[in-house]
Ligand binder design. Structure first.
Ligand code: GYE
Length: 300
């Protein structure tokens, strides 16, 4: 059915920890790097029998994968929820099956008590705040169009909250979602250029949508980075190259490479050891003074 499902198994009957990992999709450069990191760390050599399922950005696929993991009797479930809500039932089923959950990247909003043992991800709200502070300082009169990520996802909700609180709602001329993909970001930007001709700055919730926006801006005969400034989140190599080329103005990093931290959490959780309720992956930020060496040294 086109899903990227794979089982990296050692021999069954081994002492390996059986892990079901439900990844939300393959929508962006960030996600691809995150998946590579997860697969590089959760290996048989590292004591893990991994079943990895890509939900293609559809919550129903993800719920199905989680139910399959329960049926398979995995030892630990790890998952990155595409949106925050709608998980109550399946999380309760996981809890009833007494399978510990390691929540990865995005967050959940649920009525289920103690739905996961530990969460590892970035501080999305801080990322939005950092982006907003750059805008406030460098383009205080900007007329801002906000290119939102997947609506209802932790990364969209929190980046928007952090950003809007700093720049002030009155400076935002419009918002639309590009679902964290380059193609949808481009389409949303084409429509926005018609709807908000006075816009001077785009805040894109990820690099891929910002890269789509560049195409739309250039097609409209304007200069990205000058006529319309672009601020994004992620810091994938293409995004940083656009920054160096003067088409992006500021990039707040969101580091996707934390497979080893997930591995460590899974091992501890499986052994019944204490783990922190949350682990925040540390980010930095870049402006146009970024060097080519930094970009070339980027792993993703
Ligand atoms: O920023 C974006 C991806 O959840 C942090 O999801 C992640 C976001 C990331 O599609 O590129």
């Amino acid at each position: 059915d086109g899903d990227d499902n794979s089982t990296d198994g050692g021999d069954s009957g081994s002492e390996n920890i059986k892990v079901g990992f439900s990844q939300l999709g393959a929508e962006s450069g960030w996600r691809t790097a995150n998946t590579e990191s997860v697969k590089a760390s959760l290996t048989a050599e590292n004591g893990i029998d991994l079943t990895f399922v890509d939900a293609q950005q559809k919550q129903e696929n993800q719920i199905k994968a989680l139910r399959d993991f329960i049926d398979q009797g995995v030892d630990v479930i790890a998952f990155s929820p595409v949106v925050e809500t709608g998980w109550d039932e399946v999380l309760q089923e996981i809890k009833d099956a007494e399978i510990p959950v390691v929540l990865v990247d995005r967050t959940v909003d649920t009525t289920v008590e103690d739905p996961y043992v530990t969460w590892i991800g970035a501080d999305f709200k801080q990322e939005g705040t950092t982006a907003g502070e750059w805008v406030k300082e460098n383009a205080p009169d900007a007329k801002i169009f906000e290119l939102q990520g997947t609506l209802g996802s932790g990364a969209q909700v929190d980046r928007e909250e952090g950003f809007d609180a700093v720049v002030g709602a009155e400076n935002i001329v419009g918002k639309a979602s590009g679902n964290f993909t380059r193609a949808e970001g481009k389409a949303a930007m084409e429509a926005a250029l018609q709807a908000y001709p006075d816009m001077t700055l785009v805040f894109a919730h990820n690099d891929d949508m910002g890269l789509g926006a560049i195409e739309a801006i250039e097609a409209a005969g304007k200069v990205p980075g000058k006529d319309i400034q672009i601020v994004t989140v992620d810091g994938v190599r293409d995004g940083l190259q656009a920054l160096k080329d003067g088409k992006f103005n500021y990039v707040v990093e969101c580091n996707p490479v934390f497979g080893d931290q997930i591995l460590d959490a899974i091992k501890k959780v499986d052994a019944g050891e204490d783990v922190p309720k949350e682990t925040i992956v540390v980010d930095q930020a870049f402006d146009q003074t970024i060097t080519q060496e930094t970009i070339d040294g980027r792993k993703y």
